[in-house]
Each structure stands twice: as structure tokens, then as C-alpha cells.
Design a protein around this ligand. Structure first.
Ligand code: URA
Length: 197
């Protein structure tokens, strides 16, 4: 049984493990025609509880960084590659990413953002369909077709990386700040690879 309501998935049973581990489907949040679409990996415990992406510790990092750029969460769109919490917070499997891909593609097409910001390795590799060394490539803007439409993808560290390694904080904040600036959301941008766009 599967039900979709606009961008939201209200019922889905494509992944048997995730049907067991989730308490609810966690759909994207924020404005539906956002110029910036942030995409993470999968909901964690807090997201599963609250039914909203990035509301745990990683979400605090993301929200604070957006606020420093003059934005609130509802100004942008925030979603995940996979909408259901994997058991014990493991990475989503390739099959789960594939199962949820149609939902993600529908979201991307509907929001039609100017820039997609991939938060971490899993979404970066999933959307770019190649290996990504996120630490090395963070801050790069890559054009890639998704369902036939060229999309500009900003590769970014996962916000949790800044909690494990404080030295990553500056790269994370700078990538977000420049993506916000590029998308015309008002932050000042400095000289960087992003400013080529
Ligand atoms: N990490 C993610 O990738 N997504 C969330 O929603 C929360 C943490």
C-alpha cells in the first residue's frame, strides 16, 4: 500500500526493514518552492520521533548555521535520501536508497531548487552517482542531471562532522554561507569555487 500527497509520502512499504524500525515516515520540510534544497542521508532517532528532518544534534548545527546566514529553516527545503529511520542508525542500503529514489526525485522536481546542497557522503554519492571524497570536495558545485534536468549540486560536509572534528566547522559554515549567497538569499559571499556560479 502506497500513498503520496503532493511531495509527501503518507504510506509506503517498499523497505521491509525500515517499516519495522521507523515510527513514522519523515517527509521533507520547509518552503515548497525553495531556492535551496538540503538533502541528508536518513532520519535518526529524534527525526523519527518528531517526524521532521534534521531536528537532533546535526539539525541544531544546520539551523544555527542557517541562522548565521540570516535564514530560518522554513526559508529553505530540508529532506533526506531515505524517509524512514534505519535500524540502529546504520547507513541506508543501496536497495533502500533505490526504493526511496522516486520519492526524492519527485521532491526535487517539485521544489525545482536553484541549488541542491548534499549534506555528507551518502547524499553526495547518491545524487552524483559516483564516489565522492566529501572532505576534499566540500564547497564544490557540480552540475549533474537528475531525471533529465541539469541540477547544480553543492557538495557539503554532514553537520555531524563538525561535532566530531571541530576543524571541519569552518568548511561546513563557509559552504552553507556561499550556497545561501549563490541562491540569492542575502548572505555575503567571499571568493571561492562557489562564486564561479
Ligand atoms: N542526519 C541526516 O542525514 N538526516 C537527518 O534528518 C538527521 C541526521
Amino acid at each position: 500500500m502506497e500513498r503520496v500527497d503532493g511531495i509527501d509520502v503518507t504510506a509506503c512499504e517498499r523497505c521491509s526493514d525500515l517499516c519495522e524500525s521507523r515510527s513514522q515516515i519523515v517527509n521533507g520540510t520547509g518552503v515548497e518552492d525553495a531556492s535551496l534544497l538540503f538533502i541528508g542521508e536518513a532520519p535518526g532517532a529524534r527525526e523519527d520521533e518528531q517526524g521532521e528532518p534534521f531536528v537532533g544534534r546535526s539539525g541544531d548545527v544546520l539551523s544555527t548555521t542557517l541562522r548565521d546566514c540570516g535564514l530560518v529553516r522554513s526559508d529553505v527545503r530540508i529532506a533526506n535520501c531515505v524517509r524512514c529511520r534505519p535500524p540502529e542508525n546504520r547507513d541506508p542500503t543501496t536497495a533502500e536508497l533505490t526504493n526511496c529514489r522516486e520519492h526524492l526525485e519527485r521532491e526535487i522536481e517539485s521544489v525545482d531548487p536553484d541549488f541542491i546542497v548534499t549534506l555528507g557522503k551518502v547524499p553526495s554519492q547518491h545524487l552524483l552517482e559516483r564516489d565522492v571524497a566529501v572532505t576534499k570536495e566540500a564547497g564544490s558545485v557540480v552540475e549533474h542531471r537528475i531525471t533529465g534536468t541539469p541540477r547544480r549540486i553543492v557538495i557539503c560536509l554532514h553537520p555531524a562532522a563538525t561535532l566530531y572534528d571541530r576543524s571541519q566547522k569552518e568548511t561546513f559554515e563557509q559552504t552553507i554561507s556561499e550556497a545561501v549567497s549563490l541562491a540569492g538569499a542575502g548572505a555575503e559571499s567571499g571568493q571561492s569555487r562557489l562564486s564561479e556560479y
